[in-house]
Ligand binder design. Structure first.
Ligand code: ADP
Ligand code: MG
Length: 244
């Protein structure tokens, strides 16, 4: 259920276009052309979207439709070619790289399809990692990580390394890591793409729980069924919104 008491969106993109230059050309080909003449790929075109606290927004579309490009822009991992993306009121393109890193650390949690856990670290150490940057004491990091692992149903797995966890368990560790900084925005790119339906559903319920705690959640999937947990779904085709 969406709560819209705070009308200021957590993330807003306005008429956002992202093009990549140089696709289709080899190095030899490039040498004979001006940088400006190289062919471009338009990954995302003129997309506008706002997400408020407590909302789960799904992003649906076939492979290559621009879902990851959009999510990377929302998460301030990338900046648009045209248009603006603001996260918690900050125009991401106006920030320095260092400021964008800080914005991500403070306000954004990110979950990828393939978990991206550190193989040599325990579940607890993986979850606690964002707190190291923040200068939180080791004892406090452990406590918070254990509390969060408990919440995602892995209280009895805190010392396991990723290799000893199933795919669904690894993804729940990744979600716990994304949530440990209590981000305003949680972005998940095909988070159930590697999981079976039952395991995936368990991961998806973590996103609705995060939204119930006032996080803005954006969830991409090429599978419309995985987006049943979303309050609303936008659809991309060839980089543009086609959901009207
Ligand atoms: P999706 O996540 O929906 O599969 P993407 O956002 O990954 O779509 O890709 C959208 C389009 O942009 C595709 O045509 C893809 O090939 C292209 N694209 C994505 N990233 C790059 C890149 N770094 N360089 C060139 N083209 C890219
Ligand atoms: Mg993708």
């Amino acid at each position: 259920m969406s709560r819209t008491t705070n009308s200021q969106p957590v993330v807003r993109c306005r008429e956002v276009t992202r093009t990549y230059r140089g696709a289709g050309g080899g190095r030899l080909f490039d040498r004979f052309r001006d940088a400006d003449e190289r062919p471009t790929t338009t990954a995302l075109e003129d997309v506008s979207l706002s997400v408020t606290r407590g909302e789960v927004v799904g992003v649906e579309g076939p492979s290559g439709s621009g879902k990851s490009t959009l999510l990377h822009l929302l998460a301030a991992l990338d900046v648009p070619t045209r248009g603006t993306v603001s996260v918690c009121g900050a125009d991401t393109a106006a920030l320095s790289g260092r400021e964008r890193t800080r914005l991500r650390l403070e306000d954004v949690g990110i979950v990828f399809q393939r978990f991206h856990l550190f193989p040599s670290l325990s579940a607890r150490a993986n979850v606690a990692l964002p707190l190291v940057e923040r200068g939180v004491s080791k004892r406090e990091r452990r406590e918070q990580a254990e509390r969060l692992l408990d919440r995602v149903g892995l209280g009895d797995r805190v010392t396991h390394t990723p290799r000893r966890l199933s795919g669904g368990e690894q993804q729940r560790v990744a979600v716990a890591r994304a949530l440990i900084t209590e981000p305003s925005l949680l972005v998940a790119d095909e988070p159930t793409g590697e999981l079976d339906t039952a395991t995936g559903d368990r991961v998806l319920s973590l996103f609705t729980e995060a939204a119930a705690e006032e996080t803005a959640v954006v969830l991409a999937s090429h599978d419309r069924d995985a987006l049943d947990v979303a309050d609303r779904v936008i659809t991309l085709r060839d980089g543009g919104r086609v959901d009207g």
